[in-house]
Design a protein around this ligand. Sequence first.
Ligand code: NDP
Ligand code: 8X3
Length: 256
Amino acid sequence: MNVSKWALITGATSGIGWATADALAAYGYNLLITGRRSSRLDALEGHLHAKYQHKIAIKKASFDISDRYQTSEFLKAHYAELDHLAVLVNNAGLAKGTEKMQEGSLEDWDAMIDTNIIGLLAMTRGVLPHMIKKKSGHIVNIGSVAGRWIYQGGGVYCATKFAVRALSEGLRMDLMGTNIRVTNIEPGMVNTEFSLVRLGDQKKADSVYANMNPLKPEDIAETIAWCVARPQHVNIQELVIYPTDQAHVGMVHREI
Ligand code: NDP
Ligand code: 8X3
């Protein structure tokens, strides 16, 4: 095993996670990439090996992070890589639905809470003993502007991202003296599969980004790579990143 430095990216099968794998590969990180869709992990592995000429090691793990048992089996199976983990990017996440709470689906709420909060927590809890042992590491959480401001029909999703913000802050306090950094990245609109997953319809998803210039996954990935590349004594705690066309949640300039 190439032991130099490993990064674990959850939700690497698409969007921000995929782009982050690419950005960290460019910095020479070996990658542990996860997500439920194994064919996408295979495609990402092929893309990265072609682009970086097999200079980095890649391990793939396909599992459902909202299932605590599957996450714990993943952690057990990758103990060796985790001992060399420099970066964990807690990116896997989703929004489901835009209904008002009085009409919301409990299944959708379970999916958001179990993925965005419980999955992130279980993964973080699993890797921390490895990082604490070597007194170094960087946890990058993908929060959202939805973790700072609330919008109608987004209450539960927003609550999960408020939780990510609170957990990031609490973690920084608990980890004081361990040398481990914790960053919360809070993007506005990024054109990924996010809206397709949320709305379940490609046309509706396309309309979210119509006539405006949203962020690209690469914009967030480059920011993550920049945070990670800061000197060890520098911790970028929080970063809010909007597209220029978006002034606030729900306030978007569209050229029509
Ligand atoms: P995508 O839908 O493109 O990517 C989401 C990723 O999360 C996929 O790789 C998906 O993999 C993974 N994922 C979702 N559920 C699970 C699960 N149960 N188990 C394992 N993996 C899972 O969306 P984004 O790239 O936009 O989203 C990435 C993160 O960014 C999320 O946390 C999202 O909340 C956040 N975010 C997104 C914004 C946006 O506007 N797009 C803005 C602010 C934050 P798979 O389906 O293969 O399991
Ligand atoms: C995704 C951004 O504004 O759609 O977290 O909630 S938003």
